[in-house]
Write a protein that binds this ligand. Structure first.
Ligand SMILES: *Cc1c(COP(=O)(O)O)cnc(C)c1O
Length: 385
């Protein structure tokens, strides 16, 4: 089916990138589990030669994700970190990157422990503070790498201003949009040059696949990423491509519920006497609530709250029954975690404390369970704190 140019967002999520299978009419793009393709004669084939280079299931997903984020093309990788690594392949030794200071821990580890070995340098700044960000630029800066909302304290970066700042310095704005999802935030509309996701999270949404994607806007980046994806080879498998493609069909519906439950839990927790502070951009008490409301169409399913001590956090985490103690986010089931010892354990303790990632901080990824069941679970666990 040809999608009309006027197709709206949920229609794009459902249909973009996909045609009924030409050989059978199957409405769902099959899992093309093959390593190679038979050629008719020398130099004559159907556009597919070898499955690292081209795979129809992956191509359908890439078309779908490019349309959802409003980019020119997308490239799917074996994990979110493989996708971020692909972006950094655009850099050359001597280049400098400015990074949001409470960026995903694995991103920090890749930059700090691997890429600094190749004469790349990284400055970590609060990109929510535009003056501090502006001061971090040097003549060698080639990228501004932003996560907004940030993990786990939900700092918001003004995307339009960040894009202006990057472009004024001839640098690219890269946005890791994993936390928000394209349903509630579309960085390319604000001027981002590259958008990346861990598809492991909301895009797949069912906690059963690891993957990543880069969405590019500039022709030269599209050309490089296509070359690099094949040259380095960390492609997303056909089965995982199928799973993520299935996930994006229900993405708008799922996100609507994740946002509703996220807001309701944030409000519920804010009213609990044992909770010292709640971090959620949808709360009026969030210091950047107005900015979040301007650039996001919802506030997401991620929230954090501070119980004041490691003991209090440990008791809560041990006592919840429905919320599952686990890393990761964005799946249908609610997860609860302890950033200081789980996702952010590799961040030095002084740095963690400066960011607000205290030992009492607990993070929730609101799933799709009944809201009252989640509240009941937190109520009984908080009673034991
Ligand atoms: C999970 C995550 C990643 C890394 O993705 P993987 O699929 O685990 O490699 C990157 N950025 C953010 C914001 C994430 O939450």
């Amino acid at each position: 089916m040809k999608l009309p140019g006027t197709a709206r967002f949920s229609t794009v999520c459902l249909h973009a990138g996909q045609e009924p299978d030409p050989s059978t009419g199957a409405i769902i793009t099959p899992i093309f589990q093959t390593s190679t393709y038979v050629q008719e004669e020398l130099g004559k084939h159907k556009g597919y030669e070898y499955a690292r280079t081209q795979n129809p299931t992956r191509a359908a997903l890439e078309g779908n994700l490019a349309a959802i984020e409003g980019g020119a093309a997308a490239f799917a990788f074996a994990s979110g970190l493989a996708a971020i690594n692909a972006i950094t392949s655009m850099l050359k030794s001597g280049d400098h990157v400015i990074v949001s200071d409470n960026v995903y821990g694995g991103t920090f580890r890749l930059f700090d422990k691997v890429l600094t070995r190749y004469q790349l340098s990284f400055s970590y700044v609060d990109t929510g503070d535009l003056d501090a960000t502006a001061r971090a630029f040097t003549p060698a800066t080639k990228m501004l790498f932003v996560e907004t909302p940030s993990n786990p304290v939900m700092r918001i970066t003004d995307l339009a201003k960040a894009a202006d700042l990057a472009h004024a310095h001839d640098a690219r704005l890269v946005v890791d949009n994993t936390f928000a999802s394209p349903v509630i935030q579309q960085p390319i509309a604000f001027g981002a040059d590259l958008v990346t996701h861990s598809t492991t999270k909301y895009l797949n949404g069912h906690s059963d696949s690891i993957g990543g994607v880069v969405v590019a806007t500039r022709d030269e980046d599209v050309e490089w990423l296509r070359f690099y994806q094949n040259a380095a080879g960390a492609i997303l498998s056909p089965f995982d491509s199928f799973l993520v493609l299935r996930g994006t069909k229900t993405l708008p519906l799922r996100m609507a519920q994740h946002c509703a439950t996220g807001l309701a839990l944030a409000q519920f927790l804010e009213a609990q006497p044992k909770v010292r502070k709640v971090y959620y951009p949808g709360l009026a008490s969030h210091p950047q609530h107005d900015l979040a409301a301007r650039q996001m169409k919802g506030f997401g399913g991620m929230l954090s709250f501070d119980l004041g001590s490691r003991d209090a956090a440990a008791t809560l985490l041990k006592s919840v029954r429905l919320l599952a103690l686990a890393e990761s986010l964005g799946g249908v089931e609610s997860l609860i975690s302890h950033p200081a010892t789980m996702t952010h354990a590799s961040v030095p303790v002084e740095h963690r404390n400066a960011l607000g990632i205290t030992d009492g901080l607990v993070r929730i990824s609101a799933g799709l369970e009944d809201l009252d069941d989640l509240k009941d679970d937190l109520t009984q666990a908080l009673a034991l704190v």
